[in-house]
Design a protein around this ligand. Structure first.
Ligand code: KIV
Ligand code: ZN
Length: 405
């Protein structure tokens, strides 16, 4: 693993665990190994490979990833129970660097209705689990499940005990996506101020997207001092999903002027990772999804197209090649203007007189009134009918004419 420099944010990817838990996202063993390799190429710091005690299939997949994937630290999720912890250790035994990710709920509602434990019992349970784990793994992470709804003073006590027992990463999950950015950042500040041994651990966050705030909450936590973020490719995960890796990473990169923090992510691989996940799970990404959606760098409106043709930074805050997007960004549609149509023709080496251009442009606009997104062959047909001589100069058009489509 290439550990990023000190003031950087570690990326803990949980696509294969929290992501895979979401309906429609399940993957078989081979697919999980394939996706883990994609994540390693992306250079994430930690891959959460699965939850070995949850099923035989998950156990086998975690084992297979540990055998095959080098680079990132490999983590396995575990309840705070001896059996789970031992099973996770077995699954991760061949990992170059292993991490136990042990979770136990701390909020009153979970203590009362799910765990049926009082505060003292929760503290006792986490002490025992973490003490066992610290001798079995290279690293131990503790997650206070539903931390965002936990009484802050009890959360501080649990975090203190977890670090005393051997956790070197403390994760503060917003399990149900209830937090809002300023409040969540304040919780991280509170823990940094109140927990005496907090400097012995890296603070991490794990935000769910029920209110569409997972990325915003994670960024607020980073501003407050969190240095690990748990996220998933395309933001998949339980219910509305997790913090989207590509959005978080590109927010930090694009606004480095503001955050002053790096990640070790090879951002040019982001679109590839997103596409691979879609191919494997069948879960499509909306066209307008930030960073990796098909429209993220596409321009149809005439004024925008003109601006981007003059200088991409007029309407683009990221360079498409920085996220691995290649190809044409100009979409010809009813909002497009002459500049974009001219650019489309030039790209195909189609040259014509001014009059022919006007005629072709008007025909293109008429077509757009009938059809939202004209296809390449329809555009070529218009141009062929008007710009006869151009067929000789443009290989694209000549080829098209020869096929006689
Ligand atoms: O959402 C959550 O609280 C979790 C924990 C297991 C980290 O996924
Ligand atoms: Zn989660």
């Amino acid at each position: 693993m290439q550990t990023p420099a000190v003031d950087s944010v570690r990326i803990f990817d949980t696509t294969l665990r929290d992501g895979e838990q979401s309906p429609g996202a399940s993957m078989n063993l081979e697919e999980k190994v394939q996706m883990a390799e994609v994540l390693a190429q992306l250079n994430v710091d930690v891959i959460e490979c699965g939850f070995p005690a949850s099923s035989e299939g998950d156990y086998a997949a975690v084992r297979a990833i540990a055998d095959a994937v080098t680079g990132p630290t490999l983590a396995g999720l575990s309840r705070c129970r001896r059996d789970d912890i031992v099973r996770t250790e077995l699954a991760l035994r061949s990992a170059r660097r292993s991490r136990a990710h042990i979770f136990l709920a701390t909020s009153e509602i979970h203590r009362t209705y799910k765990l049926r434990m009082n505060r003292g019992e929760v503290l006792q349970c986490l002490r025992e689990g973490l003490t066992l784990a610290r001798d079995l793994f290279d690293e131990v992470e503790f997650s206070a499940e539903d931390a965002a709804r936990t009484e802050p003073e009890f959360l501080a006590e649990a975090v203190y005990e977890a670090i005393e027992a051997g956790a070197t990463v403390i994760n503060i999950p917003d399990t149900v996506g209830y937090a809002v950015p300023y409040q969540f950042g304040s919780l991280i500040r509170y823990l940094k101020a109140k927990v005496p041994n907090i400097d012995k651990a890296v603070l991490s966050v794990h935000c769910h997207n029920d209110l569409g705030l997972a990325v915003a909450n994670s960024l607020a936590a980073i501003e407050a001092g969190a240095r690990q973020v748990e996220c998933t490719i395309n933001g998949i995960g339980e219910r509305a999903g997790n913090c989207s890796l590509e959005e978080l990473v590109m927010a930090l990169k694009t606004r480095r002027d503001y955050y002053g923090l790096d990640t070790g992510i090879n951002t040019q691989n982001l679109v590839y990772a997103s596409t691979m996940l879609t191919r494997i799970t069948g879960l499509a990404v909306p066209r307008n999804k930030a960073v990796v959606g098909l429209n993220a760098f596409a321009h149809e409106a005439g004024i925008h197209q003109h601006g981007v043709l003059m200088h991409p930074a007029t309407y683009e805050i990221m360079r498409p090649e920085d996220v691995g997007r290649t190809g044409n960004r100009m979409v010809l549609g009813k909002h497009s203007g002459r500049h974009a149509f001219h650019y489309w023709m030039e790209e195909r080496d189609i040259h014509c007189t001014e009059m022919q251009f006007e005629e072709a442009f008007n025909a293109f606009k008429r077509l757009c009134d009938q059809k939202k997104e004209p296809e390449e062959h329809e555009l070529l047909a218009i141009v062929r009918d008007i710009v006869h001589t151009a067929a000789h100069t443009s290989p694209v058009l000549a080829n098209y004419s020869l096929r006689g489509v």
